[in-house]
Design a protein around this ligand. Structure first.
Ligand SMILES: [Zn+2]
Length: 245
């Protein structure tokens, strides 16, 4: 039930835990981060239940570290309940942390023109051009099998030095965010924006009409992440006005 962690607590964290522990009466419970402990003695705790989730396992490992510093005993061999229902707040926390991690990485990407070096996040990411680069040799990372797959690239242009920067679609998605990723500017004036299920229902209920995308639209190949989606036609003016709000 316990995993090793390289994490080391700070004095403040140790003091905070000590404080929390001292407020629990013997036989009382303490429930931080999807965990539930029972105070079984003057300086002993027992793990009663935990949520099966990487964040919770790590939280428990960290609490054990702090308890070591405080010279408390912890019994985590007799957990009564392991819940597989991850509470939504833990899921949201994990997603948020992952998003922040990725954003910290992508905010460090710079224009490949060394004399320029402008951060990609500051470029006009909405002016992306999707291009089918044709069939490329490809090795399935899971099976190791070789094959061919159509490769798409998202091309952005540096507005300082005009450098064209081809990006892998996923990387573009990270840097541009979901809204831009799912808004395809198929010409100078208009774009298709993917609707969520709720937005689709709203639109149809209000007598509106959207566009379901196949692999071709307006004599163009539809980028792969847009295929099979239901979209609303929007004008670029509408989009730019929306950004200024
Ligand atoms: Zn540049």
């Amino acid at each position: 039930m316990r995993e090793d962690t390289d994490w080391q607590p700070t004095e403040a964290e140790i003091a905070w835990t000590k404080d929390a522990l001292e407020q629990i009466a013997e036989g009382g419970t303490w429930a931080p981060h999807g965990l539930e402990y029972e105070r079984t003695g003057a300086s002993s705790l027992r793990l009663v239940s935990m949520v099966h989730h990487a964040g919770t396992v790590e939280a428990h490992a960290r609490i054990c570290k702090v308890l070591e510093h405080l010279k408390w005993d912890i019994d985590d061999d007799s957990v009564e309940r392991i819940s597989h229902d991850v509470p939504p707040e833990l899921q949201a926390q994990a997603q948020q942390a992952e998003l922040e991690r990725i954003q910290a990485i992508v905010s460090g990407w710079l224009c490949p023109n060394e004399e320029c070096g402008k951060p990609l996040v500051d470029m006009p990411l909405e002016e992306v051009v999707w291009a089918n680069e044709g069939l490329q040799a490809y090795i399935n990372p899971e099976t190791g099998e070789e094959g061919e797959a159509t490769r798409w690239m998202a091309h952005i242009t540096c507005d300082d030095c005009s450098q064209n920067i081809p990006m892998n679609p996923l990387d573009y998605g990270y840097i541009a965010g979901e809204d831009l990723f799912y808004t395809w500017r198929f010409n100078e004036l208009s774009a298709l924006r993917v609707l969520t299920r709720e937005q689709t229902v709203d639109l149809i209920d209000n007598g509106g009409e959207g566009i379901a995308l196949g692999s071709q639209f307006n004599e163009q190949e539809v980028p792969p992440h847009m295929q099979g989606t239901y979209c609303k036609l929007v004008s670029i003016d509408e989009l730019t006005l929306g950004e200024e709000e």
